[in-house]
Design a protein around this ligand. Structure first.
Ligand SMILES: NC(=O)C1=CN([C@@H]2O[C@H](COP(=O)(O)OP(=O)(O)OC[C@H]3O[C@@H](n4cnc5c(N)ncnc54)[C@H](O)[C@@H]3O)[C@@H](O)[C@H]2O)C=CC1
Ligand SMILES: CC(=O)C(=O)O
Length: 349
């Protein structure tokens, strides 16, 4: 299934690379001038392919690997992406059902697994996807012992914990896409409400990527101005219920999109590509992502992964930001942690 996009021997045995290209003697080989970046995406479904195509447009990887359990679908997706080569930054795209193809990856993004049917909660996928992770994570850890694992499959917080356990990696190298997506939905809705640009809205949803997520209203700002005083200054009336209803729309967003088109894909594609960029380009940007939360913000009930504003760079999770939380927000975060811990206690890992 491998298809190299680099030069090769033609049918006559002629080295086509030599025929079309005369190397300049003494020129440095690419490997000695630039670090080779390899990203593997596990699961070539709606989400995996949205992530793969967004990464390709960003010129982030020298090599992009796709792995899936369905060989025909996998080869079809690989060829379809390769056929866009003339319009994209140069990236070698390969695909295989065998995890050996992922060896030496800098980043492994896991999207394989069951997805929700309309009305189904993320937590309902737990047992099916934990079983699947037992086949996915060990080979990834074996072929890329120094990689960073970025988990997307749902329920993402619990599966990030499972990936941490199954890989044996230090917690800074296991991260879940978490509420980076929820926070983008939140920023979009606030921007829409205030008629400003979503990129000027700083706002975090933290906790579970799911029904118990927590909106951090007290720390939201627009263009550096705290949002509650911004609303006051613009004489925009607001009520606690209005703010709560915006958060409720965030929670319902995935259910709504799934009921309309069957799955979510574009926003998670951009969300994960942004995380990959921050990690591999060592951007040290802060993203609300699923990290080992024990000891932060009063989360102390046990080892649990949930989203907190964390700094991402080439070493993975570099730290957790100390955002001020009100007592109510802290309590909601603890409740969210307990929701996840309850599910974890059933796994026996
Ligand atoms: N964390 C987040 O924000 C989001 C998470 N998701 C989750 O991502 C996951 C994937 O969703 P979709 O791509 O829509 O589903 P999909 O059904 O389109 O794709 C899943 C893919 O996984 C593959 N697969 C199954 N078992 C495998 C194995 N053992 N090894 C390799 N590949 C395997 C399937 O063949 C399929 O191609 C779901 O769990 C979904 O809930 C989806 C959207 C957002
Ligand atoms: C499916 C999912 O987790 C989401 O779109 O938020």
């Amino acid at each position: 299934m491998h298809k190299s996009t680099s030069g090769s021997l033609g049918p006559s045995g002629l080295d086509l690379t030599q025929a079309f290209f005369k190397p300049i003697s003494g020129a440095a080989s690419p490997s000695s001038t630039k670090r080779h970046t390899k990203i593997s995406v596990i699961g070539a479904g709606n989400v995996g392919m949205a992530i793969a195509q967004t990464i390709l447009t960003q010129d982030l990887a020298d090599e992009l690997v796709l792995v899936d359990a369905k060989p025909e679908k996998l080869r079809g997706e690989m060829l379809d992406l390769q056929h866009a080569a003339a319009f994209l930054p140069r990236t070698k795209i390969i695909a295989d059902v065998d995890y050996a193809v992922t060896h030496g990856s800098d980043l492994c993004i896991v999207t394989a697994g069951a997805r929700q049917i309309p009305g189904e909660s993320r937590l309902n996928l737990l047992h099916r996807n934990v079983a699947l992770f037992r086949n996915v994570i060990p080979p990834l850890a074996k072929y890329s012992p120094d990689t960073i694992l970025l988990i997307v499959s749902n329920p993402v917080d619990i599966l990030t914990y499972v990936a941490w356990k199954l890989s044996g990696f230090p917690s800074n190298r296991v991260v879940g896409s978490g509420t980076n997506l929820d926070s983008s939905r939140f920023r979009f809705l606030i921007a829409d409400h205030l008629d400003v640009n979503a990129q000027d809205v700083q706002a975090y949803i933290v906790g579970e990527h799911g029904d118990s997520s927590v909106a951090l209203w007290s720390s939201i700002s627009v263009g550096g101005v705290p949002v509650l005083s911004f609303l006051d200054k613009q004489e925009i009336a607001y009520e606690k219920e209005t703010l709560e209803s915006i958060h409720k729309v965030v929670i319902d967003s995935a259910y709504e999109v799934i009921s309309l088109k069957g799955y979510t894909s574009w926003a998670i594609g951009y969300s994960v590509a942004a995380l990959a960029w921050s990690i591999l380009r060592d951007q040290r940007k802060i993203h609300p992502v699923s990290v080992l939360a024990k000891g932060f913000y009063g989360v102390d009930g046990g080892d649990v992964f949930l989203s907190l504003p964390a700094q991402l760079g080439r070493g993975g999770v570099l730290g957790v930001t100390n955002v001020h939380l009100t007592d109510e927000e802290t309590q909601r975060l603890r409740d969210s942690a307990n929701t996840i811990l309850e599910q974890l206690s059933q796994l026996g890992l």
